[in-house]
Design a protein around this ligand. Sequence first.
Ligand code: HEC
Length: 126
Amino acid sequence: MNVLRFTFAFLLAFSGVLQVSAQLPKWVDDIPPLIHDHCSRCHPVGGAGPFPLITYEDVFFTASEDLHAMQEGEMPPWPADPSYNHFVGENYLTDSEVALFEEWFDTVEIFNESTGACHTKPLVIE
Ligand code: HEC
């Protein structure tokens, strides 16, 4: 009986893990840290970047260009090779960060097409 209960508990726990890992990236949890750490300092309202990247709307309406710039390694501009050397204040994206943004971009597009609306949540930058 104990073995059965243990097996059942194990399966329950394991299915929990599977559910978590299958979750799609969410704006609230995943994207602001990425954008705020790597983009917002040059892309505030009226900053050096040609448009702001701060709020959901900012990122939503430029997401296709943003993804392209990330994939091409154009943004954030960082000419040093992080596999060779590291610098104080360095700013580059890892492949998994770009993949996360791409997955969010794909999700948002589907979400937007099927409902005709997007979830908006204003952000506060400290
Ligand atoms: C060091 C400052 C800096 C950072 C950090 C930065 N940008 Fe930029 N960005 C600029 C400037 C300046 C321009 C306009 C000139 C140019 O295009 O190079 C620009 C232009 C762009 C453009 C227009 C197309 C292009 O490639 O020129 C996009 C899209 C963009 N940035 C997205 C991003 C995203 C997304 C991030 C974060 C992953 C980011 N930027 C981080 C300074 C920055």
